[in-house]
Design a protein around this ligand. Structure first.
Ligand code: BG6
Length: 791
């Protein structure tokens, strides 16, 4: 067999090489040669590579491989090769000739055992000898599920490496792990077999022509974009990939991954980095691009649960039950739709929303990265005189249009009132069908460019692999940075029920979402049917804010949203009053999850709040660096401080991190904070202290069975928590009780038991620290939502 192949190779070579000198032989081994991806894209991409490169110095052989037995595998591969096509402008006779040569150079191998790999190696070597060919290199394309990676990698490493002087390139297809940890494990495993420079991790979106054009476009239009590409001019960036197909037939894959892992973590994140990274001096320097990408990852603000909305098309769970033989009662939580709000915390992009969105079973198939610019102009002439190229009052946008949609081809669109872009000669100006409108404007209002020759992403990437160009592939560092960014969100969404949507045009506006102060939410309420069961007739609207007493003090109770709004209003009223009387307002805030909604409410809905005269103090802090996501200060920063204008000097984080160590007694951090309070807060009496109540009855960082901070002279203490991180700094009970007002916020069903218990206990701070809260001459008010109060 290999003799025939060698002869075919020589014939093909003579045909193609003509007078050129032969530089060596390249063997391309496609693992998973009969699979979907191979059939749809890879064989065609390899054929295109052959058409482009044969006769330019290298000879080729193509080896399809799979686990299937030789005869059957050969047949399946032959089927996959039947549909190869040539470029439109190639003459049919030429096409047939090339196809024939390609088929003669291609053969099937069963690759199952270590011996099979040894045999493949022998085959490749045997092809080279009679023709006297020097080996240039080998490309192994892994178009197989990731569980097969390690085995294949081991076999290639032990028996299929080319001899000295020839290169090895292994091409890997996603998924590259499931989260940060699994990606790291897979990367470590692969690194034990291959060098980083031997690995080409494919993200096929990097081969899409409009995506590949982002950096060159930014580079070629530096002059025009320099002043515009920043927070002062960009209103928002949308990175979108909508699909009409659903996951039927691939639920075994999809059920494990979902849309965030399948599309956002890779394709959309890569586009985000290309749009938002600082532009290196030379965009063709692979190292510089990678360095700038990694810097961008460092600037991404951590995602919270509230940064995303998720949905699932209605038929999905049924498809999973059918395809994975699940019980009738099974309901999947896997999202098939996600919208995520990303912020880049650097000087260029501070405050600019980047919206990433993708979904299956939507109303259209389209992908794009759209940069919408702010409109800061005021046009005096009437609208009928606004000309596309001149009026600053028309929308200004720049779109990297990946494909499909109404335009049907990749494009770069630049509003005519922005600037006339410069593109390489491989892109031509297009007009599109008359009457076509894109992103709210007629196509004629854009400078619109499309590639002269449209090319499939895989054929472009295969050509880059062949030429050893690493710039369109994902390095290990890049991959781990991306997983590092997405994993916390994935974890926080793990038990979230996605919003169900019917699919296609019927989705209507059900998936529309909005964003404000770092949060995303669906614009429409989920249409749900509430069926009142026995004893559960009460609906949210049946209750107004309820006023009562709890432990002899006033209690305000309501559904959580109303409760938060009431508390925020009360705090604002207290602040306004304090500023009117004393010129300043001293507010001490607790950390944890309950106050997050309050912070967000204060940040978004209280424009009359006297922030400029407010001093913010911490009730307690974990002994972690203030930049740590676990720190209470970080929560305050993320949900409140960054949205309001509090003078820097009025912000008083707890000094838990002094001399590069955390809460060391000898650094006297607690005493320092106490001194700061005594100096700035009259009588050390805060205007308002916001507390919470733990399920064990703790408040601030004062824990049961730990006497520290419950009485005595100390205003601020170091304490020990039963849960991690154990070391804490906290205001003491005597200091809290000097406040003019103390508000205790208790939310959620989990607090129901402790709420009942504490309602009955007397003054016993050692057992229930919360029971010791009773301001000497101030007021205590309890704010409890119905879940905590009524269960
Ligand atoms: C793949 C995803 O990476 O990209 C698929 O796994 C998705 O779920 C596909 O359908 C979309 O790619 P394209 O090239 O069709 O836009």
């Amino acid at each position: 067999m290999w003799k025939m192949l060698t002869v075919a190779m020589c014939v093909a070579l003579l045909g193609c090489l003509q007078a050129q000198e032969l530089q060596g032989h390249v063997s391309i081994i496609l693992l998973g040669a009969t699979g979907d991806l191979a059939k749809k894209y890879l064989w065609q991409g390899l054929f295109q590579l052959y058409l482009d490169e044969a006769g330019r110095g290298h000879s080729f052989s193509f080896h399809g491989a799979a686990l299937t037995a030789p005869k059957q595998g050969q047949e399946l591969m032959a089927k996959a090769l039947e549909s190869l096509s040539c470029p439109k402008d190639m003459e049919p006779s030429h096409c047939a000739e090339h196809k024939d040569q390609f088929l003669q150079l291609s053969r099937y191998h069963q690759l199952k055992t270590a011996e099979d790999y040894q045999a493949l190696n022998k085959d490749i070597e045997a092809q080279l000898q009679p023709a006297g060919l020097r080996e240039a290199g080998r490309i192994f394309y892994f178009s197989v599920p990731p569980f097969a990676y390690a085995d294949i990698a081991r076999n290639i490493n032990s028996s299929c490496r080319p001899g000295p002087g020839a290169w090895l390139r292994v091409v890997l297809e996603k998924p590259f792990g499931h989260d940060h940890l699994s990606a790291q494990q897979l990367a470590t495993e692969l690194r034990s077999f291959f060098q980083e420079e031997e690995m080409y991790r494919v993200d096929h979106y990097l081969g899409k022509q409009a995506v590949a054009q982002i950096l060159p476009f930014r580079d070629q239009n530096r002059k025009a974009l320099d002043g515009l590409w920043n927070r002062h001019h960009v209103e928002r960036v949308e990175i979108i990939m909508k699909e009409t197909v659903d996951a039927e037939g691939r639920t075994s894959f999809y059920e494990e991954y979902g849309v965030i892992r399948d599309v956002l973590q890779n394709h959309l994140t890569e586009i985000l980095t290309l749009v938002a990274m600082e532009l290196p001096h030379s965009v063709s320097s692979v190292e510089a691009v990678l360095r700038h990408k990694l810097r961008l990852f460092q600037a991404l603000r951590g995602l919270q649960r509230a940064s995303a909305v998720v949905g699932q098309y209605q038929a999905y769970s049924e498809q999973v039950r059918r395809e994975l033989q699940k019980l009738d009662s099974f309901h999947s939580l896997t999202p098939t739709f996600a919208g995520v709000l990303v912020h880049v915390d650097n000087l260029r992009w501070e405050g600019v929303p980047f919206i990433l969105m993708s979904g299956k079973a939507l109303d259209e198939r389209v992908g794009y990265a759209r940069i919408l610019f702010k409109n800061q102009a005021c046009c005096v002439q009437s609208e009928k005189h606004w000309a596309a190229a001149q009026s600053q009052c028309l929308p200004r946008q720049l779109v990297f249009y990946i494909g499909h949609g109404d335009l049907g081809s990749p494009a770069v669109l630049v509003s005519r009132n922005l600037f006339r872009p410069s593109l390489p000669s491989s892109w031509k100006e297009v007009e599109g069908p008359p009457g076509l409108r894109l992103f709210g404007s007629p196509l004629s209002s854009y400078y619109a460019y499309s590639p002269v020759q449209e090319r499939d992403a895989y054929s472009i990437l295969l050509s880059h692999i062949y030429h050893g160009r690493k710039d369109s592939f994902i390095t290990t560092e890049n991959l781990l940075a991306s997983w590092g960014f997405w994993t916390p969100l994935l974890e926080s969404l793990a038990h979230t029920a996605p919003r169900l949507y019917p699919g296609g045009a019927e989705n209507g506006h059900l998936l529309d979402f909005e964003f404000s102060s770092g949060q995303l939410f669906f614009s429409q309420q989920q249409p749900e049917q509430l069926v009142p069961g026995p004893g559960s007739a009460s609906m949210p609207s049946d209750f107004q804010v309820l006023r009562a007493k709890y432990r002899e003090s006033p209690l305000v109770s309501a559904w959580s949203e109303e409760l938060i709004s009431k508390l925020a209003t009360d705090i604002e009223a207290t602040a306004v009053q304090a500023v009117r009387h004393f010129g300043q307002f001293h507010l001490a805030l607790s950390g944890g999850s309950s106050p997050v909604a309050l912070f967000q409410q204060l940040a978004t809905a209280h424009y009359g709040f006297p922030w400029a005269h407010t001093h913010l103090w911490l009730v307690d802090e974990r002994c972690v660096p203030l930049s740590d996501p676990e720190s209470n200060f970080q929560g305050l920063q993320a949900h409140l401080l960054q949205h309001v204008r509090v003078p820097y000097l009025n912000i008083h984080p707890m000094p838990v991190h002094l001399q590069q160590r955390l809460c060391a007694e000898e650094d006297h951090g607690a005493q320092l904070y106490a001194r700061e309070i005594s100096t700035l807060v009259a009588n050390s009496s805060f205007d308002l202290v916001l507390l919470g109540m733990g399920t064990d009855g703790h408040t601030a960082s004062l824990f049961p069975q730990s006497p520290t901070g419950l009485d005595g002279e100390q205003l601020v203490v170091l304490t020990t928590s039963p849960s991690q991180p154990h070391r804490r700094m906290s205001l003491s009970l005597p200091l809290i009780n000097r406040a003019k007002k103390v508000a205790v916020l208790v939310m959620g069903r989990m607090k129901r038991e402790i709420t009942m218990l504490v309602s009955r206990v007397g003054h016993d701070p050692k057992k229930w620290p919360i029971s010791g809260v009773l301001p000497h001459s101030g007021q205590l008010v309890w704010y409890m939502d119905y879940d905590a109060f009524l269960g």
